[in-house]
Design a protein around this ligand. Structure first.
Ligand code: BV8
Length: 235
């Protein structure tokens, strides 16, 4: 019987790194060879939709070549075995949490495997490439589809639901995020403000927010997360 009643887990690119998905802050500061401003903003899409479609098509296709790692699987086990509430808020746009078996997953920055029609506002599961000529399955308009991704300068999804979960949790765990991008990077400060939860950071290196956590553990997620889950579930 775990001593916690409500767990919120925030995940970032680091939890998917050992599955082979590159993190954002690679050594060269480029993201798969591109600057953020050229591929992950609404202005970039307006300026060069072909480049942005290419960037997301390549990442969507790469999803077919990767698998969940022990960290994703440990979180799925925690959700299944834990007798309280649990929510994973992920900054990641991959589907590895779901493929590991997690059910209660909130993609605050959208999902690679979804398309959003700017003609009818319809969202659709989308596994293949999106092109400027792709047709919306809802309204049949051509050339109005974009990746269902929250770009820089856009408002993340379900912020009210996230705020509510953060205010009510008694355990907040941040896994594999550098704490560079807001509002996600501000979640630990919000949790500390509410004053109820124990806060833990599991990350390869210290993040921008490490000092905000009661506890920080450094190492690969595939080792830290399974061990932490066993501790939370207790003997
Ligand atoms: C918003 C989808 C308003 C795209 C993404 C100045 C100051 C503060 C904020 C801003 C500012 N200027 C602009 C802003 C706002 C901006 C922002 O924060 N910019 C940053 C660059 C300063 N934010 C926004 O625009 C957001 N919108 O603010 O709207 C608003 C907000 C709230 C309410 C109302 C209005 C929208 C941001 C979303 C952008 N979209 N993703 C896509 O994926 O294609 S963000 C994208 O980058 C990711 O989703 C993720 O969120 C972020 C990368 O962060 P991480 O996941 O942390 O990845 P990173 O590579 O940085 O770190 C990986 C970590 O893992 C490292 O620490 C590493 O040590 C660790 N690691 C590596 N390997 C392992 C590991 N850990 C464990 N095991 C391992 N094996």
């Amino acid at each position: 019987m775990a001593k916690y009643r409500s767990i919120v887990v925030l995940t970032g690119a680091g939890i998917s790194a050992e599955s082979g998905i590159p993190t954002f802050r690679g050594a060269d500061g480029l993201w798969e060879g591109h600057r953020i401003e050229d591929v992950a903003t609404p202005e970039a899409f307006a300026r060069n939709p072909r480049l942005v479609h290419q960037f997301y098509n390549m990442r969507r296709a790469a999803l077919k070549t990767v698998e969940p790692n022990p960290a994703h699987k440990a979180l799925a086990r925690l959700e299944q075995a834990f007798d309280g509430e649990m929510l994973i808020v992920t900054q990641n746009v991959d589907d590895l949490h779901e493929r590991a078996g997690s059910k209660n997953v909130l993609h605050m920055h959208g999902e690679l495997r979804k398309a959003w029609c700017l003609g009818c506002d319809g969202r659709t599961r989308w596994e293949e490439d999106i092109h400027e000529t792709s047709r919306c399955p809802h309204c049949a308009r051509e050339g109005r589809l974009r990746p269902d991704i929250v770009w820089f300068g856009e408002i993340p999804y379900q912020m009210d639901r996230i705020d509510e979960a953060l205010s009510g949790c008694d355990l907040f765990v941040s896994i594999g995020t550098s704490g560079n991008v807001y509002p996600a990077a501000g979640f630990v400060a919000l949790v500390r403000h509410f004053g109820r939860a124990h806060t833990v950071e599991l990350n390869l290196d210290p993040s921008e927010c490490s000092r905000m956590f009661h506890e920080t553990r450094h190492g690969p997620a595939s080792q830290l997360v399974p061990a932490f889950v066993e501790e939370v579930l207790g003997p």
